[in-house]
Write a protein that binds this ligand. Structure first.
Ligand SMILES: [Zn+2]
Length: 322
């Protein structure tokens, strides 16, 4: 699975994550980059757990190529496209087993291809990590504001106060507070007493240069705040908001139909405000159904799909915390 990896080797080296048997067409391996320089924290930076989230994969490949060992204190491990069988086909999940990688952590070295690749992170890299940073994006089906959330407890080497400081250094406007899911990369790391951060941003089936820059700059600031990378950018004071996001913030389609968004991500919306219309797919009426915001806050994410099924995700808000 992971060959040529020497976590104690000084300097920068690339090694290979090999594809499990039958995981996907044509693709044999993905690179893992390990940069080691002296004593300091170990930060593991992952992208591409969902294959259609391309912003993190581009940004992380660029960082792996450009970061020199003298910039690092400690150890920085970068995996740009962990779920590369999915990435190579432009899909959120790999076709070989149809499993959502972000629901199978810490993985299973004897399991399906997706579970085996998850185990590279969850079983081989978690043991080295003081902090996991897992980068996501909106993918083909959603657009999302740049935002960040994380998990820590007093048993983690990066404790709750340090994690808050690192997240606020990112320069993102939105820090989410969410209930964790144990089988995500960040959830599984937290269960293993490793502090974890997940970031989001972009998507919508296209690459926006500004989203790439926001993600790259945020990661550079975050790595500097974590003490593993010399600062390349001037730190900026936190001017964002802490938001709570729960089940009450979720908006789903009341029926199958065609979604017309009436607001943009980043807008502040009120409880009861009509934020989208659902147009009928068929029949003699042209009447649309108004979709009201269930809980006030900042509009964080919207479906990019016009056609939605009953119960399908439409949008979600985040409500400012006191
Ligand atoms: Zn994702």
């Amino acid at each position: 699975m992971l060959t040529g990896f020497d976590p104690d080797r000084p300097g920068k080296h690339f090694c290979e994550i090999a594809v499990p048997q039958g995981a996907g067409p044509g693709v044999v391996a993905e690179s893992l980059c390990c940069i080691r320089n002296g004593d300091g924290p170990t930060v593991v930076l992952t992208g591409g757990i969902h294959g259609d989230e391309y912003e993190p994969q581009i940004v992380l490949r660029g960082l792996a190529a450009s970061i020199a060992p003298h910039e690092v204190t400690g150890r920085l491990i970068i995996v740009p496209s962990l779920n590369f069988p999915a990435s190579q086909t432009g899909r959120r999940i790999a076709g070989a087993d149809g499993k959502n990688m972000n629901r199978v952590f810490p993985g299973n070295a004897g399991g399906t291809p997706t579970e085996q690749l998850a185990a590279v992170l969850g079983q081989q890299l978690f043991g080295l990590a003081d902090l996991l940073i897992d980068a996501h994006a909106g993918g083909r089906d959603a657009t999302v504001v740049p935002m960040i959330f994380g998990f820590s407890n007093d048993r983690c080497k990066v404790g709750p106060a340090a994690l808050k400081r690192i997240m606020e250094s990112w320069g993102y406007r939105y820090i989410e507070h969410v209930g964790g899911i144990d089988t995500t990369a960040c959830g599984a790391a937290f269960r293993a007493d490793i502090a974890s951060i997940e970031i989001e941003g972009g998507g919508g089936g296209r690459l926006d240069p500004s989203e790439l820059a926001i993600m790259r700059d945020g990661i550079l600031r975050g790595l500097a705040a974590a003490g593993v990378l010399a600062p390349r950018l001037t730190p900026i004071a936190f001017q964002g908001v802490h938001l709570s996001v729960g089940a009450a913030n979720q908006v789903v389609a009341p029926a199958a139909g065609l979604i017309e968004h009436l607001c943009r991500i980043g807008d502040i919306v009120a409880t009861g405000q009509v934020i989208a219309r659902l147009h009928p797919l068929a029949g003699s009426t042209a009447d649309a159904i108004d979709i009201a915001c269930p809980k006030e806050g900042h509009l964080l994410r919207q479906t990019h799909s016009v056609h939605v099924a009953k119960g399908q995700f439409v949008a979600n808000t985040g409500s400012a915390m006191a």
